[in-house]
Ligand binder design. Sequence first.
Ligand code: AMP
Ligand code: MG
Length: 493
Amino acid sequence: MSVAPPPTVTLGHRFARELPELALPWQAEEAPDPRLLVLNEPLAAELGLDPDWLRTPEGTGLLTGTVVPDGATPVAQAYAGHQFGGFVPRLGDGRALLLGELVDADGHLRDLHLKGSGRTPFARGGADGRAAVGPMLREYVVSEAMHALGIPTTRSLAVVATGRLVRRETLLPGAVLARVASSHLRVGTFQYARVTGDVDLLRRLADSAIPRHGVGVGDGEAAEAEHPYLALFESVLAAQASLVARWMLVGFVHGVMNTDNTTISGETIDYGPCAFMEAYDPATVYSSIDTGGRYAYGNQPAVVQWNLARFAEALLPLFSDDVEQAVALATESLGAFPGQYDAAWSAGMRAKLGLPEGLDDAVARPLVEELLAQLQQSSVDFTSFFRALGAAARGDAEPARELFLDLAAFDGWLERWRALGPDAEVMDRVNPVYTPRNHLVEEALAAATEGDLDPLERLLDAVTGPFEERAGLERYAAPAPQDFGVYRTFCGT
Ligand code: AMP
Ligand code: MG
């Protein structure tokens, strides 16, 4: 039953063509009764896809992979990965497909990818290759919230209910997520190529990533010509250092930072057991399977650095034929991570506090450290605090003061901070009012699973305009009620 999409939809297959060893041609399973639940019209427009056409049966067919334009080659991508520290040489898209590449309005190549499109040969054990409506909508809402916060991320184009029930702890409605990314190259993709022992494959993979992710654009090109693969490593390191700093600055806990979930593009990927921290505490963990706290909020920068070390190991044969020389180059480059992370995070914290430019680090650093200690001690809600502090910069300190148990200590801090003349405008541009709070996400997903999309739409409206406070959206700015309890998220759904 394949109806040809209009000729305006052209899907490239560059990945499949350039890296056939990593691309297994495959097709999506039929969706018995597809129903479009949510469509990202602005993103569709960016990609040159007509939203009205995407709503037709043919368009929905594209969004579930069952109607594929002529010339496209959907593939399951191979990758490896360290999962909770243990290496798995063959993971790959067990329930996902790269449909192909689109050229966006800015001329950039973007992957159109599906999640939940049926079992592929990479699926292990009894895994069914499917996805449930709730987790796919969760990825949609959290990734679009991250994008609105200005944080690099894969995007969500649509969620289509398949009309099939999927077996989890209970039977749940199934769905396919259409995801868009600047690529789906992961640290784990390089690890996969490396363990094949085929250095030519590893080199071709790196050679395809370099132009795609803009390595060599900008300064230092002479050095890059001499050491293009080291330049690739350093550019991924810079992108990831900046990314994890952005996560930390909004209280985002990814939850499953395995190397297969660490991108070469520096985009956040794979929204499984992620959550936004409420009460500030570096030990915050939400994922039910992260019993050791490996991926706790406060560990995230160190984990990214660890994942980058695995990336460097995979690239070693490209750095130099001489192993010692290769290791020396990798080690030196990796050594830049703490400084780059700290610079990005510190600059972000200064903006969150509205501190004046050029303020001495000897003043800023202890001020920030002391504040974080007080936030932790009083279990202060991370998001509301910074917004309340913006009000304090405008003269009304009460909303911020109300959040603390030890008021004497906070008043002392406030006095020091106010004396620096903080800029409330700067603060309100970087401190969100609305984040996808866990209780709101759960509420929206539960309703959507029952067929009511209204709560999801209201939540999306709030979190896709995160910086502008709007009347009527108060409950989207408030922490979870006490009776929400300890929040746990689940993967593999
Ligand atoms: P993730 O935890 O989502 O990063 O996925 C880790 C691996 O498990 C990937 O290889 C996925 O393709 C695979 N996977 C997760 N869920 C399923 C499923 N329901 N069916 C098949 N493979 C899956
Ligand atoms: Mg993954």
